[in-house]
Write a protein that binds this ligand. Structure first.
Ligand code: FAD
Ligand code: A2P
Length: 314
């Protein structure tokens, strides 16, 4: 199915905002397990929750998020604001009946940028501290743009994820491979260490089982590229050009990017260097310059995703 004109990709209508910050729903956590290897220096959890009997039942689509409101008050004495967490489940949830959904949460832990004291993100730590049986306040679902299109089996997909940006792709890939799907599907996943390859057993098995699916790993702090640079996900476009280029050239290929804010500019630049402008909207002024010399600021302000590219970064 060629995508020759704008707006040819139609997205399904999805339900949103049954529960808003003023009327959140209470749901129990049913499971919380470490999603990294136990020796990882990072803390990421796969957390499942039970939405049965609520309006969320069978209504959360991969790519959508739910909101979580941590208990307690913020520094201004107000209830904590909602934080969003992507569903990592396929359409029917973890149980196939739309009752149990899951998300993948990374604890935000750091030294405070200014005070040098320990900085703990409010909601990620609240959520990762909760155990099976604990109840949480939830809103959502949220998001209608970062989802698979109608007739998803008609397209090829290049998915780029860093860290917990893997969450929506877990659900999307499970959905696609459960269909009669025979197009090309590539997941390029980036993380700091091999211990942080989230859901690596699942993706490794799916790669073995399905000839249409390929799982590429970019372990930034362990596997330097030939020139010594970090193998960020965008370099898989170059380093695995054998796989990626023929897929990029098909006119029914879509690119989805999820994870670290800023990761998208590297992908934009390499696509432009490869001459793949059909995925990008580039300011006229930039078109006069060699994409290899586009600056960080130019990439941020002068390049946007075109119709065939979907972006969710945070
Ligand atoms: P906060 O208490 O909100 O602290 C984080 C904020 O503090 C940052 O905005 C930053 O400005 C500041 N900060 C960070 N580090 C420091 C530091 N060292 N010193 C001082 N200030 C600092 N997260 C996931 O883990 N999994 C997901 O699936 C996921 N999906 C998302 C989907 C969407 C659409 C969006 C928008 C976000 C998603 N997030 C996800 C991010 C999530 O919503 C939260 O932003 C994240 O968990 C941090 O929230 P927090 O309450 O723990 O941290
Ligand atoms: P690094 O931190 O080594 O620079 P996590 O969320 O688990 O920390 O993983 C984020 C991953 O994304 C890390 O491997 C990180 O590498 C990598 N990364 C950092 N900046 C970028 C970027 N601009 N483009 C692509 N990947 C990036």
């Amino acid at each position: 199915m060629p995508l020759t004109t704008e707006k040819t990709i139609s997205l399904p209508d999805v339900d949103m905002h049954f529960y808003k910050p003023r009327n959140p729903v209470t749901v129990p956590i049913t499971k919380s397990e470490i999603a990294t290897d136990s020796s990882s220096p990072n803390f990421v959890r796969h957390i499942e929750f039970d939405v049965s009997g609520t309006d969320l039942e069978n209504r959360i689509v991969p790519g959508q998020s739910v909101g979580v409101i941590a208990e307690g008050i913020d520094e201004n004495g107000r209830p904590h604001k909602v934080r969003l967490y992507s569903s990592c489940s396929p359409s029917g949830g973890e149980d196939g009946r739309g009752k149990i959904y899951a998300t993948t949460v990374k604890r935000v832990i750091d030294e405070h940028w200014e005070t040098q004291e320990l900085f703990l993100g409010v909601c990620s730590n609240y959520l990762c501290n909760r155990k099976a049986g604990d109840k949480i306040l939830m809103t959502g679902p949220a998001g209608k743009r970062f989802i698979l299109p109608e007739n998803p089996q008609d397209y090829n997909y290049l998915f780029f994820a860093t860290g917990t940006g893997i969450a929506p792709f877990r659900g999307m890939i499970m959905d696609l491979l459960r269909m009669d799907y025979s197009n090309d599907l590539v997941l390029a996943f980036g993380c700091p260490y091999r211990t942080d390859l989230l859901y690596k057993n699942l993706f490794g098995e799916l790669d073995q089982k399905h000839s249409s699916f390929r799982y590429l790993k970019s372990v930034s702090r362990e596997d330097p590229r030939a020139d010594g640079t970090k193998p960020y996900v965008q370099y898989s476009l170059i380093d695995r050009a054998d796989l990626m280029k023929p897929i990029l050239e098909k006119d029914n290929t879509l690119i989805y990017i999820c994870g670290l804010k800023g990761m998208e500019t590297g992908i934009f630049q390499i696509l432009a260097m490869m001459g793949k402008f059909d995925y990008l909207k580039v300011d006229d002024t930039l078109m006069e310059k060699d994409p290899a010399h586009w600056t960080r600021d130019e990439l941020k302000t002068g390049v946007k995703p075109a119709e065939r590219m979907f972006l969710e970064v945070y």
